[in-house]
Design a binder for this molecule. Structure first.
Ligand code: 13P
Length: 334
């Protein structure tokens, strides 16, 4: 795979006014989301729900691609069209979550490392054949008493870089996601410091593993006060701190940065992205790769009546996509 093709895919993922919808919840995670709205976690309900999302009319006005879970990449619409084809036909790029989740980091209580490198080359080869053109790997960095440790940050960065190199070898753009978790009583400055160290370690590892940044997308968390800190940061404070942290750690050759929502309210996630783009010009396009902040309103509606509320749920998906697409241009207003 040439770097030109990878770079072309990466740039298309962050095309002006477009972002990614993350619908790659593992079977365990979607079980929790479904339980929250009283939907049974069956394979058919997961398929129907993902069909609803991916066939939202005119979704590609604001959505460049979607991150799918293994099961979803193998599923089809009720009429038998594979989801990857539905997406490609609509001008959206299929992506695939390839990590195998977080596991306790031995010797470091409270910390986790993401697994999934063993056998990854063969899995990527298959995912490419199934139509995926980018992948995602999520690392989790928790903040708490005396954590994160340097060991945890570096172990996760190393795994992310090994994953990224394998993706590029197999023709997929790696989305590298080191998520600094919002939960905790820490203040915004602590989140800034942890995010800064995490990104420094990540880009050092990507360099060591010969990963081509021109064919890589960063999925970043925002710099926020911990959810139980009692602190409230303004939209401008969050946007300014996040931008400053990214500017001091992320090379300008990267084609783009997308954000996760991480448990922020829908409107907060949109407002923060919009504010960062208004503060531009920035070295890279800044867009979204939201899961919950794209889906939670739609899921709630659908959960009330999974047969008759499909169109109403799709309308909210479209509205969330439009608002976040405008925020990616710094043109959103409430
Ligand atoms: P949230 O936007 O719900 O954090 O999900 C994004 C994601 O893909 C996390 O890996």
């Amino acid at each position: 795979m040439s770097i030109e093709q990878l770079a072309e895919t990466a740039l298309a993922m962050v095309a002006p006014g477009k972002g990614i919808i993350a619908i790659d919840e593992s079977t365990g995670t979607i079980a929790k989301r479904f339980a929250g709205v009283g939907v049974e976690n069956t394979e058919e309900n997961r398929r129907a729900y993902r069909e609803l999302l991916l066939t939202t009319p005119k979704l590609s006005d604001y959505i460049s691609g979607a991150i799918l879970y293994d099961e979803t990449l193998r599923q089809s619409t009720k009429d038998g069209v594979p989801f990857a084809k539905v997406m490609t036909d609509a001008g959206m790029i299929p992506g695939i979550k390839v990590d195998k989740g977080t596991h306790a980091l031995a010797g470091f209580p409270g910390e986790v490392v993401t697994e999934g490198l063993d056998g990854l080359r063969a899995r990527l080869e298959e995912y490419y054949k199934l139509g995926a053109r980018f992948a995602k790997w999520r690392a989790v960095i928790n903040i708490g008493d005396d954590i994160p440790s340097g060991t945890c940050i570096d172990a996760n960065a190393h795994a992310l870089a090994r994953y990224a190199a394998l993706c590029q070898e197999q023709g997929l753009v790696p989305m590298v996601e080191p998520e600094v978790i919002m939960d905790g009583s820490h203040d915004i400055d602590t989140c800034y410091e942890v995010t800064e160290v995490t990104l420094r370690s990540l880009f050092a590892s990507l360099y060591e593993q010969n990963v081509m940044l021109e064919g890589t997308i960063l999925k970043a968390s925002m710099v926020l006060p911990g959810t139980t800190s009692g602190d409230k940061a303004s939209v401008e404070e969050v946007a300014a701190a996040t931008l400053q942290c990214l500017k001091s750690t992320v090379p300008a050759t990267l084609p783009g940065i997308v954000f996760l929502s991480g448990g922020q309210g829908d409107e907060d996630a949109t407002a923060h992205l919009d504010a960062m783009n208004r503060m531009g010009p920035n070295p890279w396009p800044l867009s979204f790769s939201y899961g919950r902040a794209m889906q939670q309103a739609a899921l709630k509606l659908w959960g009330q009546d999974i047969v008759n509320n499909v169109a109403a749920a799709q309308k909210t998906v479209y509205e969330r996509a439009r608002d976040n697409g405008l925020a990616a241009l710094g043109e959103w207003s409430k």
